[in-house]
Ligand binder design. Structure first.
Ligand code: PBG
Length: 301
């Protein structure tokens, strides 16, 4: 049997696909695992912030076409970039064990976010990051930065920004953990839904592929993801909205924290709940409704 993994051609996407390819080869010596690298619309549209150019779906659509056509059997995604709804016939078959979910502070001049002087320029195109960090530090200047991790770091090194905020997991996967000044306390900047988690998308009912990837799946992470994605599904949120959701395991429970912030940092709404880990999806829906009751709708356009 041959299993083909569709992947974007960015260095991070290729790393993720090759990582899964190596794990599948090791688990199934009889299996031929191939990559189908493709350029997506999202990779071609690198001007302007993601939330003005069509959102997360752009990175996923081409890969899903390949799955539907049978040119590929599996897509490996940074779950953070995966929209809440799937096309007919496709689905999220499972998730792998989560890595560090936090954001990273990256700077060549300041050792810590708190050390940034007033007026310093922080590069981020994420409404989630900007709304939370502006709330904490209204005196900083936030500027859009796009491109893959390597491009963003080059712009930092050229002096276009005093600091960048990037996901710890992406930097670690790229072998660039040495660029991390410090991981940011979730209290300051709560992570995105699914941050640091790889999700595996297949055709629904493709039992042969689904059987082969079982060995990669992590049940505890799946519970965390069910909770987090329930919040964004109820709010219909993509990366176009300033939404942060983070579920952590506390014994047999999950504690879920969610925030929606004004893009200008003037208001930050936070809600939290705790309950049995296998009821995360229901808890997530209630938490989303609590956010709406607290006025989050104003910022979820
Ligand atoms: N939005 C791009 C993206 N998608 C996933 C990651 C990092 C890895 C992850 O969170 O799984 C990144 C880079 C970043 O936000 O710095």
């Amino acid at each position: 049997m041959t299993l083909t993994i569709a992947t974007r051609e960015s260095p991070l996407a290729l790393w993720q696909a090759e990582h899964v390819q190596a794990l599948l080869r090791a688990a199934h010596p009889d299996l031929i695992v191939e990559l189908l690298p493709m350029t997506t619309e999202g990779d071609q549209k690198l001007e302007g912030p993601l939330y003005t150019s069509g959102g997360k779906g752009l990175f996923v659509k081409e890969l899903e076409k390949a799955l539907m056509d049978g040119r590929a059997d599996l897509a490996v995604h940074s779950l953070k970039d995966v929209p809440v709804h799937f096309p007919d016939g496709l689905g999220l078959t499972g998730v792998m064990a989560g890595e560090d979910p936090r954001d990273a502070f990256v700077s060549n001049t300041a050792a810590h976010f708190d050390d940034l002087p007033a007026g310093a320029t922080v590069g981020s195109a994420s409404l989630r990051r900007v709304s939370q960090l502006k709330h904490a530090r209204p005196d900083l200047n936030f500027a859009v930065v796009r491109g893959n991790l390597q491009t963003r770091l080059r712009k930092l090194d050229e002096g276009q920004y005093d600091a960048l905020i990037l996901a710890v997991a992406g930097l670690e996967r790229m072998g660039m953990a040495d660029r991390i000044g410090h991981a940011i306390d979730p209290d300051l900047c709560l992570p995105a839904v699914g941050q640091g988690v790889l999700g595996l998308e297949t055709r629904l009912g493709d039992d042969a592929t689904i059987a082969r990837i079982q060995c990669l799946l992590d049940v505890s992470t799946a519970q965390r993801i069910a909770a987090e994605r329930a919040v964004s599904t109820r709010l219909d949120g993509g990366c176009q909205v300033p939404l942060a959701v983070h579920a952590v395991r506390v014994g047999d429970d999950l504690r879920i924290t969610a925030r929606v912030g004004a893009p200008d940092g003037s208001e930050l709404i936070e809600v939290e709940t705790q309950g049995p880990a296998d009821q995360g999806a229901d808890m997530g829906v209630s938490l989303a409704e609590q956010l709406l009751a607290d006025g989050a709708g104003d910022y979820l356009v």
